[in-house]
Design a protein around this ligand. Structure first.
Ligand SMILES: Cc1cc2nc3c(=O)[nH]c(=O)nc-3n(C[C@H](O)[C@H](O)[C@H](O)COP(=O)(O)OP(=O)(O)OC[C@H]3O[C@@H](n4cnc5c(N)ncnc54)[C@H](O)[C@@H]3O)c2cc1C
Length: 374
């Protein structure tokens, strides 16, 4: 990929960091801390979750939720042919001054037949006293052998992994400045439930590269035109509820087993409903039909869990979620019925209008998960 980029005229400044970006009417100018100055018509901010530009746009506001991950890649797993996407074996437990519900993920690593990656992760509402990565890592070494049926003495640790994934409810992030567009983790387009930012990046790559190309060609580089490339997506906003439901709360009035029960009944329902429901969910794509069927089946199979859901997530979050659920249905309708009509008229539109309408059609499609093909 790097070779292809360079062969097409791309230049890479490896090991350089951007210290400032100034926006002018006809260009943006980047200053690198090493002293170089670069000018560009459009800056793609792919500086990840901790992008300084995003920090400025969000004014240092603390995230609405955080997923903390610790793990390892180790050699010596004799049974190394299966994977877990999400696994839970314990209920909510005390970690430091806080409470946490641990989830696990494990899969064979590409480096060798006995090498395996194992993650332990948890969702927290960031506040003083929240679990620390160090505390999680201590628990990881204690609990991982039981989860994987191995002894630490028989493993060669190849890598220790840890990460913090902040999530904001108002995501994806609209462009706040002319000539700068957030991309990847910086844009907040990844699911707040999985830490699958790379998957989401590849899912949106085609849409975004075509959109950026059109924006540059048509000179639609003002903040509001660029914002159409990071539009409101009801399926992303709706999935925020799942993170809240899976976060343990201090002094919570739901039983410690609630999160496991909720996951169990949800996954059981999705499995009954089959691949068209289960697979998009596991790949971070929330669709109106699949979500409605799952919720319906959960209510029929385990109605007694509903009061605990209300207690766990709270009425304001549920009301907010209901509006996104409604919009998910609306976007599904628009993408199914209005899209073909508008698409047939696109060629007759003036170029700016055409650019805008193409972005609306994409927002309907991706925002309702109809881009997903089984
Ligand atoms: C432990 C772990 C496991 C993961 N597992 C998965 C997975 O299974 N599936 C999946 O889809 N995703 C996974 N992810 C997430 C995935 O790695 C990210 O979503 C993806 O890398 C995001 O890419 P990005 O380019 O947006 O940001 P990043 O990969 O974070 O890249 C941002 C880059 O910007 C650079 N940068 C920051 N500030 C500056 C500056 N001032 N000047 C210049 N450069 C700067 C950084 O050095 C970095 O290279 C995982 C992440 C972690 C930490």
């Amino acid at each position: 990929m790097k070779k292809r980029f360079i062969s097409l005229g791309g230049v890479i400044f490896e090991g350089c960091s951007v210290s400032s970006i100034s926006i002018y009417e006809d260009a943006s100018v980047l200053k690198l801390s090493e002293g170089n100055i670069l000018s560009s018509r459009l800056v793609i901010d792919a500086m990840g979750n901790f992008s300084p530009v995003v920090k400025q746009i969000r004014r240092g506001r603390k995230p609405d939720g955080v997923c903390l991950v610790v793990g390892s890649c180790a050699r010596g797993f004799k049974d190394n042919s299966t994977s877990d996407i999400i696994y839970s074996s314990s209920s909510v437990k005390k970690v430091g001054d806080s409470e946490a519900q641990y989830f696990w993920e494990a899969f064979p690593a590409g480096s060798g037949p006995l090498d395996r990656t194992t993650y332990m992760f948890t969702y927290v509402s960031p506040q003083p006293g929240s679990p620390k990565l160090e505390e999680l890592l201590e628990d990881f070494w204690d609990l991982m052998p039981e989860y994987q049926g191995v002894s630490l003495d028989n493993l060669e640790i190849l890598r220790v992994i840890y990460g913090i994934f902040p999530t904001y409810r108002d995501s994806p992030l609209p462009a706040a400045f002319d000539r700068i567009l957030q991309f990847g983790d910086a844009s907040g387009i990844q699911s707040p439930v999985s830490f699958g930012g790379f998957g989401s990046l590849t899912r949106h790559l085609g849409r975004l590269s075509a959109g950026v190309y059109e924006a540059i060609n048509g000179d639609f580089l003002d903040a509001s035109s660029l914002s159409l490339l990071n539009p409101y997506m009801p399926n992303l906003s709706a999935s925020w509820l799942f993170q809240r439901a899976m976060s343990a709360k201090k002094n919570s009035n739901v039983p410690p087993e609630f999160i496991n029960e909720l996951l169990h009944v949800n996954f059981q329902s999705m499995q009954k409903l089959g691949d068209p429901v289960l697979r998009p969910f596991l790949q971070d794509v929330i669709q109106f039909g699949a979500l409605s069927k799952t919720l319906g089946l959960v209510m029929l199979t385990k109605p007694q869990i509903i009061p605990s859901i209300f207690k766990q997530v709270g009425i304001p979050v549920l009301l907010d979620w209901s509006s996104h659920f409604f919009m998910l249905g609306y976007y599904t309708f628009l993408s199914t019925y209005a899209d073909p009509v508008i698409r047939s008229l696109l060629t007759a539109f003036p170029s700016k209008m055409k650019y805008e309408w193409k972005r609306y059609l994409e927002a309907w499609k991706y925002g309702s998960g109809l881009d997903y093909k089984l």
